[in-house]
Each structure stands twice: as structure tokens, then as C-alpha cells.
Design a protein around this ligand. Sequence first.
Ligand code: 8OZ
Length: 371
Amino acid sequence: MGTRIETAQTLSDLFQPVQLGAYQLANRIVMAPLTRSRADEHGIPGALIAEHYAQRASAGLIISEGVNISPSARGYALTPGIYDDAQIEGWRKVTEGVHARGGRIFPQLWHVGRISHCSLQPGGVLPVAPSAIRPEATSYTASGFQPCPTPRVLGTAEIPQIVDQYRRAAQNALAAGFDGVEIHAANGYLIEQFLRDSTNRRTDAYGGSRENRARFLLEVVEAVAGVCGGARTGIRLSPGSPVNGAALDSDPDATYGYVVEQLNAFDLAYIHTIEGVTQGPRELADGVNFQHLRRSFKGLYMANNGYDRELALNARQHDLADLISFGRLYIANPDLVERLRIGARLNVPDRATFFGGGAAGYNDYPALTPA
Ligand code: 8OZ
């Protein structure tokens, strides 16, 4: 390459290998989970999706879009699943493509709970949730965005069945060649609906006290880590985000602090935290102390939300995070690691192609150097 002047930025350990649980990652840059609604109507990821992730394999780790753990887990049309053989086969091509380019990939295991619509549910039934509280939120159906209905309350005896669906999804993920899994416990979906006192009015062992509201989350973690091992398991949390009609917990620091302390028993690879409001400002987290969560947790801390090059370099320089995940920037920049490393200009994402459609606005964003 001839002589190159190393700047402080290119020497940042953001671009250096890091041990994350069972794996040495090539760098500390993570592709954040991004729902793009490009699977088929059976939730099977095809060649389009495989190409998309293969293009982004230079990330230290890719976390896939949310993946439905069961037919009832679905709240958005054309999102992929990981509960049947055809889906597992589809994912195998994804993981092979990423591995062939030296990357690592975890699927994000997802159950939407009440953020769904009868038209997306098997048999047209109501979506399920811890309590019968209708969210002020919409679900993306075959006929566009629709208001979510009042959900059906899960019976206590049904809850172990859902935990079991997570367990099987984790087994399927390993069968499909994934390197581990991330549990989606953020953004007002099922796990967080149990956790927050704003969305959980149960009077059984899964509601009431903080310990009871965290029970479902911890049972899911136990099941998934039991399959993958803690060193191949991560979890995503959004203590300060009121999205999907879920008002914040009345004491986020105490509730998520309790969760993180309990997670230490499972030796997870990481917590992946949305700092601030999902897809919104970083600042407005109603005083949630993310650094306290980080210090309470034994594994690595993966920070997310609105990071750019400068914020990410700063986070490493001042040791505010172990890894940084980028969502929006990864939509339009398949070679984001290289662009950040040399400070190159970034492609601008096109909102019109975020959800649904084909290769346009998905696989046609150029790399600096054509692959
Ligand atoms: C945007 C659109 C659809 C789903 C999340 C899985 O917020 C999502 C999601 C985001 O976690």
C-alpha cells in the first residue's frame, strides 16, 4: 500500500480484534438488527437476503433483523422466521455467505407479543400479551400499517410453551449455522411487555413485583443459553425507549439494573443497549444510567443508537462501550468498517426502500471498492 500516515483515528481499537464470548471478532463494529421485510410469505429468507448480509460481512459481528420464533410471534408482514425446515435452509445460505467472507452472524430471536394484527396470526386469532392492554401502535400487515388490537392474555400454563419456542428457535439457529443468538428484549415487544409495569398487570408469578416481571425474560435467557451457551448468547435492552406504545417502566434504573445483575448468572457474551429512544434522540432516556448498567454487567457492553464515526471513536477513547452497533449507517454502507476506518464519505439511505421490495435500496448501495 506504500506509506500511509496513521492518524489517531485509524489507530483506534474500534478497528482492532476483540474477544466477544466464544469468538474473536475482527473489530468492534457491529451491524445492528434491521427489519427490512424482504422474506417471502412463508418467512423464508432467500438469495436477496443472503446477498445483503454477505455484503456486510466485514462487520465484527452481524446481528440479523428480528426473526420470528413461531408463527404467532409475527407482527410485520414479510419478516423471516426460524421455526421450520424451509426457513432453516434459507438461513443456512445466509450464514454460509457470511462465513465465506470471514464474518460472524447471530439471528435476533423475536416475539412481538401485542404488536401484531389478527391478519398476521395463524387462524386470524388475536395476538397474545401478558395483559389485555391495547397498545397505541401499528402493525405492518399485507394491507399496510394497521392499529394493533387489544391482545389476548396469555394463560400461565402457556408461558412455558413460549419459552420452549425460544429454545427451539435457538436450536434451529445453530442448525442453520449461526454463530450464536441475540434475544430481542427491547422496543416494547413480548419480553419487554412482561418486564415493564406499564404493560404488565398480571397477578400470577409473571406479574407484580420486579422479580416476577423479569421472570419470563430470565426463563427465556436460561432456555437459549442452555442451547447455545452463554458465550454465544447476547440480549438487547431498551430501558429508556417508549416505542411501540410501551410507556417506560416506573423505575427503569431499578428494573433493568435487576435484570442485568440476574443476567450475570448466565455468563452472556454481551448486553446490547439502545441508548435513548429507538430511532430517536440519544439524550431523552429519562435519566436511565447506561454506564451503571454497563458496570453492573460482567460481559461486554454493545452500545447502539445514532452513533457516527466521531461518537464511536469517542466511546472507545473514553471506554464508554466495548462494541458499537450501527443500524442506519449499515443500510446504505455495506463496507462501513472500511469507510469509518479511513473517514470516507457515507452513502445516504433511501427511506422509501426501508421496508419491502427487492434489491433496490437493499443490495445496490455501492462499496468504495467493488467486491
Ligand atoms: C422497525 C420496523 C419494524 C420492526 C424493532 C424489530 O424496533 C423492530 C422493528 C423496527 O426492534
